[in-house]
Design a binder for this molecule. Structure first.
Ligand code: DGL
Length: 247
């Protein structure tokens, strides 16, 4: 089974990494739109156009399924992408919500959602969780964490200052944090430590692995997944990043 995995840049590699470690596919074709990252600062029409262009890219490969490993694209472009593809297209928001509701049963739990400006202003996570009865939700746009991760900064003073900037005003410790951007699992430890290591962290990659398995869309293969990486700019840099991140 061959899967396409798409993100604006390197963040989707965290999703690819989960798919690879659980051996959910024979082959993954990864496309990072590194020429145009970040998507999270763009408006809805642009994000939809980029999503449709990704479909055109993946139409060159005989993929069985496309995983949009980007919360920003998942928030805006899935219906249009689905209407232009002849393979199923999955996003990461629904699986993320499912992962949270599996782990957090208390509807009064303090849930923090972080993501790009576009993802948070789409209110996709917030609305869905409200509909499910969760009533203690805080959502914060933390878009500057995207370039920090793209720079390879996963710890240290700059990241700490950024966490203080975004979270310093909060007067509570979240029970769960939805990492609503696929770049953020790379700084999950630093975020968790900032809050005293107590929140449950929801990660798009782990969430979609569970989701695909539960729906019977794929199963675990015996052999290792092969990974081919494509990018719209500087593909060697993305390949180097993949070597560092994907074990
Ligand atoms: N990795 C993308 C996401 O999950 C966001 C990065 C970007 O702004 O392009 O939303």
């Amino acid at each position: 089974m061959r899967a396409g995995v798409f993100d604006s840049g390197a963040g989707g590699l965290t999703v690819a990494s989960s798919l690879i470690s659980h051996r959910l596919f024979d082959e993954i074709i990864y496309f990072g739109d590194t020429a145009r990252v970040p998507y999270g600062t763009k408006d809805a029409n642009t994000i939809i156009r980029y999503g449709l262009e990704a479909i055109e890219f993946f139409n060159n490969f005989d993929i069985d399924i496309l995983i949009t490993a980007c919360n920003t694209v998942s928030a805006y472009a899935l219906p249009d992408m689905r209407s232009k593809s002849d393979y199923p297209v999955y996003g990461v928001i629904e699986p993320g919500i499912k992962a949270l509701t599996d782990k957090i049963k208390n509807k009064n739990a303090k849930i923090l959602i972080i993501g790009t400006r576009a993802t948070i202003s789409s209110a996709r996570y917030q609305n869905e969780l409200h509909t499910l009865g969760y009533n203690n939700i805080t959502a914060i746009q933390t878009g500057m964490l995207v370039p920090i991760v793209e720079e390879g900064i996963f710890s240290g003073k700059v990241l700490q200052a950024m966490l203080e900037y975004y979270f310093g005003h909060l007067d509570f410790i979240p029970d769960a944090i939805i990492l609503g951007c696929t770049h953020f699992p790379l700084i999950s430890d630093a975020i968790s430590e900032y809050f005293g290591n107590s929140p449950i962290m929801i990660h798009s990659g782990e969430a979609i692995v569970k989701y695909l398995e539960k729906q019977g869309i794929t199963h675990r293969f015996d052999k290792e997944t092969s990974l081919r990486i494509f990018a719209s700019d500087n593909v060697n840099a993305l390949r180097d990043t993949a070597k560092m991140w994907i074990k």
